[in-house]
Design a protein around this ligand. Structure first.
Ligand SMILES: [Zn+2]
Ligand SMILES: [Zn+2]
Length: 138
């Protein structure tokens, strides 16, 4: 019986400490503009920047990627992490989302053979020194 009480006390203490941590720095940090990510709704097409705190709110829990969250514009659970087009700065859904596109649909000419661009692999510790001028990317 004594050990059961000890376990309950230990559990209560750990819950209390987690609540303190979550209630202070983390919650404030999650609302900072630096945590903003770009989202786009598949249903209504609305794009938006959401802080980590807002994402957790709309996802109704911690967000770990790969699933849609509630769209703040239309209320449907159809908002996905979006990509930003480097040409027109528009938001679009990548090919990882069903119905998405590997390239910005606004910038791809009709009939163009869309090839998934190779993901950039940049290691900040060893940035290669270009030996020749970079090829012009159109
Ligand atoms: Zn929507
Ligand atoms: Zn574009």
């Amino acid at each position: 019986m004594k050990s059961l009480i000890l376990i309950l006390v230990a559990a209560a203490l750990s819950v209390a400490s987690v609540a303190v941590i979550a209630g202070n720095d983390d919650a404030v940090a999650a609302q900072s503009p630096q945590t903003e990510t770009l989202w786009k709704c598949r249903a209504c097409g609305q794009s938006m920047h959401l802080t980590a705190a807002r994402v957790m709110e709309l996802a109704r829990g911690p967000y770990n990627g790969g699933r849609p969250i509630d769209c703040p514009a239309c209320g449907r659970c159809e908002a996905f992490l979006a990509r930003q087009c480097r040409s027109c700065q528009g938001a679009y859904l990548g090919s990882e989302v069903e119905g998405g596109s590997p390239r910005c649909p606004a910038c791809v000419k009709p009939g163009t053979n869309i090839v998934e661009p190779r993901p950039l692999e940049i290691d900040p510790k060893k940035v290669p020194v270009p030996s020749e001028p970079p090829a012009k990317v159109i």
